[in-house]
Design a protein around this ligand. Structure first.
Ligand SMILES: [Mn+2]
Length: 360
């Protein structure tokens, strides 16, 4: 049956009401238009040929929702995110380090009980983060480290390994949440709300599964800056203040604009030293990234999120990135596709793509 429009005419294209009203939003410009050679010397901390060491941290032990463990496969799947080709097309080589093995059938409440301080799945998360740490520690020096998560607790593994490689590493932590609860202040006991506290050395108790982290270098609170905060627990606010961490919430993004916020963030780091981007996609507005576990209203727009990545890429100091909390089991197929497209857009901005495809 052909579609008859409001003038009573039969549509010559034989369109149906469904497909005439389908909402399509374009995130990705075609791959073949993107190819760009990176300038020699554009990345003072990386060696040529510029190479991405990509690792999958597909696990969910830091939070209770199923699905986030599927994100690395989804982002790499040539029929979905096609991460590798998107990165190669911007002039980078790609090395696959492998995937963290998080066999959920292996772990249960008998062999991994909650700690007395209420931390959930401590041994499971400790094992996965240790594996990630080792993958990165053994990766080729001078390559860009890209970790596809997984819930945000994996940043304990990635950042602790990167701090061993880059003593003066600076962190841009893009997130709706502070992720700076300690076991005693966490309302949920979920480890994805604690990685910053662990990295700063604020967790004083011995947590089973995390023995490996004890002797590793701690993050200096002056070397981490938050961007995108808008949902902070009472104790987290206190922890951020006590540690003296510079934080740009959505209030500052509204007040100054994302351009000034990123300038201020870079000023905090001084003019030298490598930078790591830990990007929790829940920093984006839920209308931008619906397929994520803890959605909070009033987040970064698509362009603000891209700008964060573009400006860090333009600094020439970015050496590593985490992308985290994409959950392909949350939302409709369209929500999942959109969120995947946004994740890939962010990766492309990190690896040098921008709208006019110029050297920023
Ligand atoms: Mn987070």
């Amino acid at each position: 049956m052909s579609y008859v429009n409001h003038n009573g005419q039969t549509d010559p294209m034989n369109l149906t009401p469904e497909n005439t009203h389908e909402l399509i939003i374009q995130y990705l410009t075609p791959l073949e238009e993107q190819t760009k050679q990176i300038k020699e010397g554009a990345h003072p901390f990386l060696t040529t040929p510029y190479t991405v060491s990509m690792v999958g941290a597909g696990y969910r032990g830091g939070q209770p929702k199923y699905g986030v463990e599927l994100a690395p496969k989804h982002l790499r799947d040539p029929a979905r995110g096609d991460a590798e080709n998107n990165i190669r097309n911007l002039g980078w080589d790609v090395i696959h380090l492998g995937d963290v093995d998080d066999d959920s059938s292996k772990w249960n409440k008998e062999n991994d009980p909650d700690t007395a301080s209420n931390i959930k799945n401590p041994r499971r998360v400790g094992s996965a983060t240790k594996q990630l740490h080792d993958f990165i520690q053994n990766s080729k020096p001078g390559t860009f480290t890209l970790t596809l998560g997984g819930d945000h607790s994996f940043a304990m593994g990635s950042i602790s390994a990167l701090l061993e490689r880059w003593k003066d590493l600076n962190i841009v932590w893009v997130d709706a949440h502070g992720d700076i609860n300690t076991p005693s202040t966490s309302p949920s006991g979920n480890l994805h709300g604690m990685p910053v506290a662990f990295l700063l050395g604020m967790v004083k108790e011995d947590v089973p599964g995390f023995e490996w982290m004890k002797s590793l270098p701690k993050l200096n609170p002056k070397r981490i800056v938050y961007v995108g905060l808008r949902h902070i627990d009472y104790h987290e606010r206190h922890n951020i203040e006590k540690a003296g961490i510079t934080a740009f919430s959505l209030h500052e993004v509204d007040k100054y604009g994302i351009g000034v916020v990123m300038e201020k963030a870079m000023n905090q780091f001084g003019s030298t030293g490598p930078i790591h981007l830990s990007f929790d996609i829940d920093a984006c507005d839920p209308f931008v990234c619906p397929s994520t576990g803890t959605r909070v209203a009033g987040g970064l727009t698509y362009r603000e999120a891209c700008f964060v990545c573009e400006s860090l890429a333009a600094s020439g100091r970015l050496v590593s990135m985490d992308i985290t909390e994409f959950n392909p089991l949350i939302g409709s197929p369209q929500h999942v596709k959109q969120t995947c497209d946004v994740c890939i857009s962010l990766l492309r901005c990190v690896f040098g793509h921008n709208i006019l495809n110029v050297q920023l």
